[in-house]
Structure formats: structure tokens, C-alpha cells
Write a protein that binds this ligand. Structure first.
Ligand SMILES: CC(C)(COP(=O)(O)OP(=O)(O)OC[C@H]1O[C@@H](n2cnc3c(N)ncnc32)[C@H](O)[C@@H]1OP(=O)(O)O)[C@@H](O)C(=O)NCCC(=O)NCCS
Length: 382
């Protein structure tokens, strides 16, 4: 049997763990054939139409939508937790100006663990409080990263604003308009959780060693960064900009496919039909494009989507239309993936809580395909 690097894996090896069911979870249901997504039993379409990110975060953590007093308490707790510990704010300010924001975020979240008053308490109540703190702090970090690298002072959080509005206010340094706030709120709802995606799995693997919440989230952020996962939204926008005009969309994508390239924002391990999150993001991309008078990014996206469906039978995923939505909102490209984390922190922390509620170490096996029976050769004889 061929066994060098790049050799095909033995047939019983499940590459990429495709189709492997590695946890029983109550948090999120994905039906890849019907294109359905439920958070704790609630359809994403219902939540996107009527809910807020804060309600969804509560739902993911507690399994129920909050009552009015519970929601008010969560909003107060989030607002109270937004300010960063001074050493973490200093660390963000000291990052190289050209550092990738997702790398600064990952490093800052790891540093938050050094300053969290309950860092070593792995109990459920402490981890719930850390989930709230991390959700509040990650939004502050992402906004601060952009402020300091553009030579501006970070904006203090506004306790009177909800999560999405406060994030935009900290990013822009002005009170955001209602349309932008609702667009970000819906984007946060749509990105909040997605079952055992790569970064969530990563968080659960770390949590399952009985490490700690901040370590689990640091692992997740490192995993989210890659262009096959959360990094795809930025890659999509770079291609839309490179294409520039709707008439160039199909020829460019045709060339990329002919060169054997994958098109960011298409394909999915689980969805074999329309990703229900894309349904909302497509509509939002069109609406936001019209509002800014820059409909062409939506038009280019639509042309690519139709071509990919016809040519490759591939549907777009959550990252495809989120790119043109964020661009229309004036979010810098390299903040797209950190913005994903501003939302997904709710799902990551919910999964850490669930993992710890009934924990078992996650430790699969590898099929050894390397050589055996080799004898040590002294250095001078090699
Ligand atoms: C999401 C993704 C990583 C899933 O990967 P996967 O389940 O391992 O699927 P594969 O990469 O094995 O793809 C299966 C087939 O579809 C093709 N395919 C998948 N995604 C494609 C894409 N975006 N563009 C072109 N072809 C694609 C593959 O080339 C492969 O074809 P083949 O069987 O002829 O070799 C993959 O679709 C991808 O790389 N997409 C682009 C990145 C992206 O948008 N990521 C965000 C996901 S939410």
C-alpha cells in the first residue's frame, strides 16, 4: 500500500470526520437536505424575523427564550461587562498596526483569561457568567482593534444601547442608524450557532479536557480564522471587488473553476440545498445595496450564485451574502471574520456549557500508515 504523505487514506478512515456524529446536543438542529436550522427548537426564520441577538444568546445558554425580567437582566449584565480590563485594552492598542484583527482578537481573548475573576472556576454558574462577559468583551475588542489601528481612540461602551447598536457605536464613534443596527442584529442572530462546525468542535475538544472557558474560546477563534470556515466571508468580498462589474462575474468564476480553485462562499459539509441563513442575507444584501446606491455587489453576487448553481450544483453558504452586507455597512474587510466571532461566541460558550454538563474526553484514533520496525541509525551514519 502507498503510504507517503498525500497517499489516499484507507477506506475505513472517515476523512474530515464527515457524517460522524460526535455529540448529542440540544442546542442546534441542522437539516442539510431540507435546509432547516433550529436553535433549541426555534426556527431560524422565526428568530431572524422577530428576535434580537440578546434573546438568542439567552436561548442558546438556557434552552428557553427569556422572560422580560430575564432579558432585562441579561442586557444589564452585558452592558456592565463591556469595558475591557486595562491590561487587555493596552495589549490591543500595542498590537502591530498591520496585524490581522482576528489574530489580535484571539490573543486578546486569551489575555482576558488572565484577568477574569473566575478564570479557574469551571462550575456552570461561573461559566455562565464568563459566557456573558466574553460575549460583551469580544464586541468591545473588535471595535477597539479597528479604532486603534486607524489612529483613533477606542469609544467607551454605551450602557443605554443594545448589543448590536453598541457594537456599531463603538466601531463608528457615532450613534448608528436603525437600519444598520437591525441588519447587524439579524446577522448576529444568523451566525450565533451552527451545531458541530469546526470552531465549535474545537471549543468542545478543549473544554472536554477540563481546561477552561477562555482556553476553549481561544481554540475556537484559531479555528474560525481559516478560509474554509469563518475566513470565507472576507475571501468572498475580495473576489467581488476583484470582479468589479456584474458583466465580469461569470467569466471570472469560470476561469477560477477552470484553474481548479474553490469559490469562497459556496459548498457546505452539511447543507445540500439552500442554507436558510443565506435566504435572509441575500435579501439584506439587496436592501443594503439599494440604500447605499451600490447595488452592484448584490448583482455580482447574484450572477455568481446562479452560475455556481447551474454549473456546479453548489449553493451559497452563510458567508456569501454576509460579505456584501458587511461591505454595504462600511465594515472593513478584515473585520468580517471577527464580526462572525462577535456572534458565534454565544454558540461556542453554549456548547462548552453543554459539554461540561456531561463531559467525556474527546479523543479519536488515527490509522497508522507510516513505516514500522525501523532501527535507530547513529547520527554519524545518516
Ligand atoms: C465548505 C467546504 C470546506 C466543505 O468542504 P467538504 O465538505 O470537505 O467538501 P469538498 O471540499 O470535499 O467538496 C466536495 C466537492 O465539491 C467541490 N466544491 C466544494 N466547494 C466548492 C467551492 N466552493 N467551489 C468549487 N467547488 C467546490 C469540491 O471541489 C469537490 O468536488 P470533487 O468531488 O469533484 O473533488 C467547501 O465547500 C469549501 O471549501 N467551500 C469554500 C469555502 C467556504 O465557503 N467556507 C465556508 C463554509 S460555511
Amino acid at each position: 500500500m502507498q503510504s507517503g504523505p498525500g497517499a489516499p487514506a484507507p477506506a475505513h478512515v472517515i476523512e474530515g470526520l464527515e457524517g460522524v456524529v460526535a455529540a448529542a446536543s440540544r442546542i442546534c438542529f441542522v437539516d442539510g437536505l431540507e435546509g432547516r436550522l433550529l436553535y433549541q427548537g426555534y426556527d431560524i426564520h422565526d428568530l431572524a424575523a422577530h428576535g434580537t441577538f440578546e434573546e438568542v444568546a439567552y436561548l442558546l445558554w438556557h434552552g428557553e427564550l427569556p422572560t422580560r425580567p430575564q432579558l432585562d437582566a441579561l442586557r444589564r449584565d452585558l452592558a456592565a461587562a463591556r469595558a475591557l480590563p486595562e491590561p487587555v485594552a493596552t495589549l490591543v492598542a500595542a498590537a502591530p498596526r498591520d496585524a490581522l484583527p482576528i489574530d489580535v482578537l484571539r490573543t486578546a481573548v486569551s489575555a482576558l483569561g488572565l484577568h477574569d475573576p473566575e478564570a479557574r472556576d469551571n462550575s456552570r454558574p461561573a461559566n455562565l457568567r464568563k459566557a456573558v462577559r466574553l460575549t460583551a468583551q469580544i464586541a468591545t475588542i473588535v471595535a477597539a482593534i479597528d479604532r486603534v489601528r486607524t489612529g483613533q481612540t477606542p469609544v467607551a461602551p454605551d450602557p443605554g444601547l443594545g448589543h448590536a447598536a453598541n457594537f456599531l457605536a463603538m466601531l463608528w464613534g457615532r450613534r448608528p442608524d436603525e437600519t444598520s443596527v437591525r441588519a447587524v442584529d439579524v446577522a448576529l442572530i444568523l451566525h450565533a450557532d451552527h451545531e458541530l462546525n469546526a470552531s465549535t468542535f474545537s471549543a468542545r475538544v478543549t473544554a472536554a479536557t477540563l481546561s477552561d472557558m477562555h482556553s476553549a474560546i481561544t481554540s475556537a477563534l484559531g479555528t474560525l480564522k481559516g478560509p474554509l470556515h469563518g475566513g470565507a466571508n472576507e475571501a468572498v468580498m475580495r473576489i467581488l471587488l476583484q470582479i468589479g462589474e456584474p458583466s465580469r462575474a461569470v467569466p471570472t468564476i469560470r476561469e477560477m473553476l477552470a484553474a481548479g480553485k474553490k469559490i469562497p462562499g459556496f459548498g457546505h459539509r452539511v447543507y445540500k440545498t439552500e442554507d436558510p441563513r443565506a435566504t435572509h442575507l441575500r435579501r439584506m444584501s439587496e436592501e443594503l445595496g439599494r440604500r447605499t446606491g451600490q447595488l452592484k455587489w448584490f448583482e455580482i453576487s447574484r450572477a455568481i450564485e446562479q452560475f455556481m448553481l447551474q454549473e456546479k450544483r453548489l449553493h451559497c453558504n452563510v458567508d456569501f451574502y454576509s460579505a456584501s452586507c458587511y461591505y454595504a455597512l462600511g465594515i472593513p474587510l478584515d473585520l468580517f471574520t471577527p464580526l462572525f466571532a462577535v456572534s458565534r461566541i454565544s454558540g461556542w460558550t453554549a456548547h462548552v456549557l453543554e459539554q461540561l454538563a456531561d463531559n467525556r474526553l474527546i479523543r479519536p484514533r488515527a490509522e497508522y500508515v507510516g513505516p514500522r520496525n525501523r532501527t535507530y541509525v547513529p547520527l554519524e551514519k545518516r
